[in-house]
Design a protein around this ligand. Sequence first.
Ligand code: GLC
Length: 390
Amino acid sequence: MEEKLKWFKEARFGMFIHWGVYSLIGRGEWVKYQEKMPDEEYAEYAAKFKAQNYHPEGWVKLAKEAGMKYMVLTSKHHDGYCLFETKTTDFNSVKVGPRRDLVAEYVKACRKHGMKIGFYYSLPDWSKPAFFKGPDKAPNEWREFIRYIHAQVKELCTQYGRIDILWYDYIVLREKKAAYSAEDWQSEKLNAMVRKYQPEILINDRSGLPEDFDTPEQRITPSRPGRMWEACMTMNKHWGYFPRDNMWKSPRELIHQLTGCVSGGGNFLLNVGPKPDGTIPGEAVRRLRRIGEWLKINGEAVYGADRGPFSSGTAGVVTAKGKKIYLIVHWWPGRELCLPEVKTKIKSAYILSTGQEVIPEPRGERLILKELPAKAPDYLSTVIVLSQEY
Ligand code: GLC
C-alpha cells in the first residue's frame, strides 16, 4: 500500500458536507438545474445566503464526536458558486452573500482540532454556458472554461496550506449521455499541478483518471483488493438540505453501512446537508452522536481494520487487524452463531462491549460460537472478537 494512503485507510470514516446557495432553497443541490431556474433568480438566492450561524468549529467537534477522522466540504458545487475567495468569478461567498471566505474558516477549524481536510470540487459548472456547449461545439469557449477551472483548483491548492483530499465531481448531462473525459478536462495536467502544490494530497477518481481512490456512490461496492475506495452516502435521500425529506436512515443502518465498508477494505463518507445558516439539522446531529457512542466502544473493529479472512455467514460482516478478527453481528441469531468456513484456528473469543467470553467450537470447517446471550448485547451491532491466541 502506498504510504500516503495510510492515514486514509486507517481513518475509515469521514464527514461529507453539501452546503451552498441551494441550501437556502431547501430542495437539494440540483434544484437550479432540475427546476430550470434562470441565473438571475438563483443569484437572488445567493444574495440572501448569509451563513449567519456558520461556526465550522462546531462541525468539526460534531464530526469528532461521531468518530469521524476527516471532512470533505463542497468548495464549489455544480451551481458554480464558490465558497472560497477567487479571482476567477464574482459568484463567490466573499463577494455575494455571507461576504466571508467560508472555506478558509473551515480549514482553520479543521486544523485547530487535528481534523484532516478535504475539498469537494465540481468540475461541471452551470454558471458557465461553455460547460453546456462542450469542447466540440465551442472549442474556444471551452479552452477559456478549462483555464478558469484549472485556475480555481490552483487557488484551492495554494491559498489554504496543506490539504489532505481533493474530491472532484463530474456529472452526466441528460442531453449528452456521457460525462466529459479526462482529455476534455485536461485532467492529467490539472492533477500534476495539484500534486506539485500538494505532494501528499489524495485525489479521487472523478476527474476521469483513477488517481488514488474509487468513489462508489449510495452503494457499498468494494474495489479489487489493493485499490482504495470510499463509499459516499446520504443520511436521508438528499445531499443538500431538503427539510421535507424525512426518510432518515436509522443509526443502526448507518453502522451496518460503515462496518460493511470496513469489511470490504473501504471508507465511509457520510453526508450532512447543513441549513443555509450553517447549522446541522437535529436529525443528523442525533444520528452522528449515536454512531460516535457506538464507535467509542467498538472502534477497535473499525479504525485501522481491514477485510476479514472469512465470511460471517448470515451474521453481518468480518474485519481484521493484526491477529484479531472482528465479527460484527448485524443480525443476532440467539444463543449460537455459525460461521460457515473458518480455516484460521480460533482459540478464544469474547464480546467486545461486555468482555463476556464466548466458546468457539469447530465443527468440521464450520465454527460455532456458543453460550451467547439470547438477545443482542448491543442492538446497533455487537462485536465479537475472535483471537488466534488465548
Ligand atoms: C451525486 C449528486 C451530486 C453530489 C454527488 C456526491 O453525483 O448528483 O450532487 O454532489 O452525488 O457524490
